[in-house]
Design a protein around this ligand. Sequence first.
Ligand SMILES: Cc1cc2nc3c(=O)[nH]c(=O)nc-3n(C[C@H](O)[C@H](O)[C@H](O)COP(=O)(O)O)c2cc1C
Length: 408
Amino acid sequence: MTGARFHGVRLLLGVCGSIAAYKSVYLVRRLTEQGATVHVAMTGAATRFVTPLTFETVSGNPVMTDLFSGPPNRHIELAEAVDAALVAPATANTLARHAAGIADDALGTLLLALRGPLLVAPAMDGGMWDHPATRANVDTLQARGVAFVGPASGPLASGLEGVGRVAEVPEILDALEAMLADVRVAASMAGEHVLVTAGATREHLDPVRFLSNPSTGRMGFAVAAEAARRGARVTLVAGPSELPTPPGCTRLDVTSAADMADAVRAHVGGASMLVMCAAVSDFRPAVRHPHKVKKDAGEGHVALERTEDILKSLAGRTPEGLVKVGFAAETEDLLAHARRKLVEKDLDLIVANDVTQPGAGFRVATNRATLIGRDGSEQALDILPKARLAALILDRAVALRQSVRPAR
Ligand SMILES: Cc1cc2nc3c(=O)[nH]c(=O)nc-3n(C[C@H](O)[C@H](O)[C@H](O)COP(=O)(O)O)c2cc1C
């Protein structure tokens, strides 16, 4: 059973008073066949449609119908012990009760005490589904993170046609699998602190003129967004960018390479991953004029000096186990330059991209990159949306955290 789809998953199945309750008997069969342990709770109305004995037999576990029989704290223990809950079929009444936080029976109490995610498969007459009260309850539950599967359109038990038919068993199983996968992803970087740099820097000649590059910050913002989605604490050090701050990220806006270096130095001590996506200026005007340089100042030359190398400036400040990921945006000899940078900057992984290629580099939503590891491995990727590339980079960084370096 180890390879089964729901291997090891402990599930609470709530069954409500609908003619569709019999379908949940098949649902329990499929779930247990595929490795899940299922604990069923039935509403009083549900027991009028299918007997608790039927569910007890197919699940192999006692069925909860009454809060006041059986061990006194069973509802809390069960709600905390399961990985997820599914209510199928979910009646209009039970959706309303849960939206309002009412715990007047075993299922209502279990759902309020639940720690894990909840999927509901509504079943009802089309008029009940369309009623403004049900619409508002569905909105409330969705806003709270409850996942829905169905209802589908088709012939209803009322004899009418419409939306309200409970989703079919395979569809419910797919939705459950997707919800469990989301939960795993959301927890996969819990405990990590990811420090991300993004965008261009600006090196001012005077208050209104600067040296910069066309980086928009999209790649770095995509990395920050994905790390936050996976449960990491994220600090995003951003050069000037119009992009909105991804949910769950702490953003520090900076202008110059020196500001960015200061921000990275201030936060790297608590980080477990450093992802340097920013296109940092290598040069800055040697003199910054306090006022706008007038055109009658002549055709003069702008003397440049090197900006600080952010990674080099971190020497002695990086915590043990820090995974360092850099980017090499090049216009020629991509892989050779990237490999040299990987070594010189003591990176664990470098994302090499040729910014002259169509669909890669600055100002586009996609990127084509080769990931080069410290171990010399090369992973050449197709053109991908930046969000997808961000996910692959983080997969590699997570693997590096787990294997190459000691976990913190
Ligand atoms: C034959 C029959 C079928 C029913 N089917 C549904 C249904 O599919 N969806 C629904 O919301 N209510 C349905 N009801 C009404 C519910 O059983 C009723 O609202 C009940 O109070 C729901 O209680 P519960 O949410 O605690 O299970 C049906 C009632 C009968 C008599």
